[in-house]
Design a protein around this ligand. Sequence first.
Ligand SMILES: C[S@@+](CC[C@H](N)C(=O)[O-])C[C@H]1O[C@@H](n2cnc3c(N)ncnc32)[C@H](O)[C@@H]1O
Length: 464
Amino acid sequence: MLSRAGTSQPRWSLGQLFFTFSHRFSARLNFSSISEVKVLNHLDDECGDFLPWLERKAGVQVSSKLYIGKVSYGRSLFASRDIQIGDCILRVPYSVQISSDNLLPKASALLDDQVESVTKVAIALLVEQKLGWESEWAHYVSCLPQLGEMNSTIFWSRSELDMICQSFVYQETIKQKAQLEKDFLRIKPALEQFPHILRRITFKDFIHAYALVKSRAWGSTKGVSLIPFADFLNHDGVSEAIVLNDEDKHVSEVIADRNYAAHEEVLIRYGKFSNATLLLDFGFTLPYNIHDQVKVQIDIPHHDLLRETKLEILKKHYLPAIEDDNGFKTSWDSFIIKEVKSAVGKGKGVPQSLRAFARVLCCTSHQDLSDLVLEAVQNDGRLARRPFKSRSKEIQAHEILLSHLTRLIEEYNASVKSLGNAASPSICKRFALRRQMTLHLLAGELRILKSASAWLKNYCASLL
Ligand SMILES: C[S@@+](CC[C@H](N)C(=O)[O-])C[C@H]1O[C@@H](n2cnc3c(N)ncnc32)[C@H](O)[C@@H]1O
């Protein structure tokens, strides 16, 4: 799901979560991660009457500055004339957005509170899809990608998924598929109430609609909504332009974050998403993603005689991390690592929570553990956040992490190597694309792991 911010309240939103957004019009970084994208055809003939149709439906102008064109990864919006930084490039009234309010009231009443907003909008979309040209949204629905064009990992085959088994996005995909199966069973009784419209809805239809909503709906306090026309905008992780909500005027709009020349492709940022999130929710990756991160899981060895006590202490002191843009949850034994910018500088290093975990791991007596608990009580309640007084012990704790990361780096290297030659002529286009995305994902996560490993090596060396 994409992030959207309110103009009256200048804040990021991701579902119900808000993050401060302060650099709305700051200059765009020079480096564009998708500069190599091929523009196939400036004008998209199939969508030529889309904007006039939407403007008739809305009763107002939506955009005078953009037109729909094609690039190698589908449709995109282009500048129809010069655009200046700060220009409003599109404004879509709420009245022509699809949200759960578009559900038939009878269907809505049959869905319990546990059905999430993305699923509700997916049902609304399914209804319009099934109505075909009778739907008032037919112009929009006919422009949406077909099932075979979707590349979110929930559509990957077993052997394709095996390519990403190294990354936590593999587990997230399995989890999401299982959840979708449950959701489908949950909503089926409601769908069956409308046999004339929703005849023979299959699980495939449902996940297609779900993935469409997930990859092109924006979140707000009211849930998610599809914003026709705005959802032809593609993503650039370094863009400062986002979709804004004006709750007073009931419109969603986008303000240009830089100047564009006529016929240039216009991009916005969906959120500060890692390649793992882009792959799971949107079915694409960036060759170099500044928002990449890795989730690592560490267990306490079963031969550790203090295992049970350590588990108990760690769980008791576990503080759930605040969800970031990527929304992946951590637990007492899993940690999100972001790129460590400098191994030697003063900036952020490896997460404190992971280093604390390592300190607990290297304790060899009940007394050591009691000392850590006492220290937590005497300070801010957080466990093992201070370096051990003994330097050798502090080094030992960090060497545990280092050896864990070294093993992961070796495994990632082996996975990248096993992907072989992406240019082999014998493989189909779709598989080649998914393998390329796997390479972007693994290379990004490897970069993060190596940066964390370099930081740990430097930290240990500094204690020697
Ligand atoms: C909100 S839609 C954007 C319009 C879309 N290209 C279309 O043809 O309708 C999001 C989808 O566009 C594609 N996309 C967006 N940004 C991309 C990028 N930088 N690289 C590759 N694909 C991208 C992905 O398929 C994604 O799921």
